[in-house]
Design a binder for this molecule. Structure first.
Ligand code: UDX
Length: 443
């Protein structure tokens, strides 16, 4: 199959490299000439484990090429995947579809022969209809089917997720388009990944519903964690206790500082708006969005409490800034709200992140950035674990206690056991799990 991917961002690049690895002939397009030049030189615009090697190998095998020439790339393709950004529109929270529509307009005159045009970006219900309308308006003779094929990749695990998906969702009611999509995914199909073929609107909504459900699951356990702290229970054991019920499942029940990233915040908000517009508000999701927003800021208050009620003039060390490990992505990261809350309360912030600091520097210029975890903790009045990078899981606690001004640890990801940390002389606060606290502390 000849596949063209429009948009060489996160989704486009991972999808393109993986399709090429299946043996398809793939062209990745982007209008950003610097990005394409960098990709041609083997430099990745994002950090994703394994991506550079996968790209290099498929470029070497001549199955993957990069270009800025969208029209030429689209004209040869059996399938064109639109994987451009759909940011939240400022003001109303709706997904901004101007990039998607622009691609439809630009590829329409170039299409030759039968082509399936597929939206891979997360797009609101009805976007496929509009893409089809635009293409037919610009080029009434085009032999085209417009399908929806949402992705469910997680950053940091995107290649594995692409190659071993739980399911593939294809939204089309056109048998010819379905056949092309089955051929595109045949290598996975043989691996028994279920392909769910639905109508286009159902496929579009499935993506939003999946993300909203996962966001709700996280938010549920986060609120249960707060309750655990209040009543003296342990959220990790509650999560295990409910997660073993197959109807609930164990995943996405890690309590933490609130979800962030490029998908959950944006997609939940867009779904809320779509539902309000349709006159069927999703009140549960509205609440999830509000609770998660408040939670990020509440984490700063948790740190202030752990520091005895004030951080004015104190130094707080933050380990981890990205919204999750194994990414350099800072979008909607809880660290942004935590830093703002602590700075507003008069703290000086020192931070370290294995991959996120370049981006963080531009977003939070008043923060001091350290070389590693120990340099970050040196002289600090509290150490806050914000993102659970593996590099933070086995820190030398004795050394940290010695170099810190006050041995206070706030572990927002529960990667340490309270008794281990307390044994090294720390005062320790986890999330929803404080069995070591005295009743007086709890009061
Ligand atoms: C998510 C979806 O998982 C993916 O299917 C979709 O295509 C894009 O959005 P991603 O944003 O990369 O992927 O990260 P994910 O691993 O899902 O984590 C999202 C956020 O939830 C992170 O901030 C993470 O820290 C948080 N999270 C996740 C929790 O707080 N607890 C959990 O149990 C799981």
């Amino acid at each position: 199959m000849r596949i063209t991917i429009v948009g060489s961002g996160y989704v486009g690049l991972v999808s393109g490299a993986c399709f090429a690895d299946f043996g398809h002939s793939v062209v990745c397009v982007d209008k950003d000439a610097d990005k394409i030049a960098a990709l041609k030189a083997g430099r990745m615009p994002i950090y994703e484990p394994g991506l550079d090697a996968l790209v290099a190998e498929n470029v070497r095998q001549e199955r993957l090429i990069f270009t800025t020439d969208l029209a030429a790339a689209a004209s040869d393709a059996d399938a064109v995947f639109i994987a451009v950004g759909t940011p939240s529109r400022r003001g109303d929270g709706f997904a901004d579809l101007s990039f998607v529509h622009a691609v439809a307009r630009e590829i329409a005159p170039a299409l030759r022969g039968y082509t399936v045009v597929c939206t891979k970006s997360t797009v609101p219900v009805g976007t496929g209809d509009e893409v089809e309308r635009i293409i037919r308006e610009v080029n009434p003779a085009a032999e085209v089917s417009v399908a929806s094929n949402p992705e469910f990749l997680r950053e940091g695990a995107a290649i594995a997720d692409f190659k071993r998906p739980d399911r593939i969702v294809v939204g089309t009611q056109d048998a010819r388009a379905e056949a092309v999509m089955r051929e595109v995914y045949r290598p996975l199909y043989l691996n028994q990944a279920p392909i769910l073929v639905t109508d286009r609107r159902t496929a579009e909504l499935t993506k939003y519903a999946a993300n909203a459900f996962l966001a709700a699951k996280i938010t549920f356990i986060n609120e249960v964690a707060d309750l655990c702290e209040a009543v003296g229970a342990d959220v990790q054991q509650v999560a295990r206790g409910i997660g073993l019920d197959k109807r609930i499942g164990p995943k996405f029940l890690h309590a933490g500082p609130g979800y962030g990233g490029s998908c959950f915040p944006k997609d939940t908000l867009a779904l809320v708006k779509t539902a309000q517009d349709a006159g069927t508000p999703l009140r549960l999701v509205e609440t999830v969005v509000a609770v998660n927003d408040q939670r990020k800021r509440a984490m700063a208050r948790k740190v202030i409490k752990a520091c005895g009620g004030s951080v004015r003039g104190k130094t707080v060390a933050l380990l981890g800034l990205t919204f999750k490990p194994d990414t350099d992505d800072m979008r909607d990261a809880p660290s942004l709200a935590i830093v703002a809350g602590l700075q507003d309360a008069g703290a000086r912030i020192v931070a370290y992140d294995p991959e996120g600091m370049a981006h963080a520097r531009t977003l939070m210029p008043e923060v001091t950035y350290a070389e590693d975890a120990y340099a970050c903790a040196e002289g600090a009045d509290a150490l806050v674990i914000v993102t659970e990078w593996n590099a933070f899981r086995a820190l030398d606690l004795g050394r940290l206690a010695r170099i810190m001004n006050a041995p206070v640890m706030v572990d927002l990801r529960n990667i340490y056991r309270s008794q281990d940390v307390r044994a090294k002389g720390f005062s320790y606060r986890g999330i929803g799990t404080d069995p070591g606290l005295s009743q007086a502390d709890k009061a």
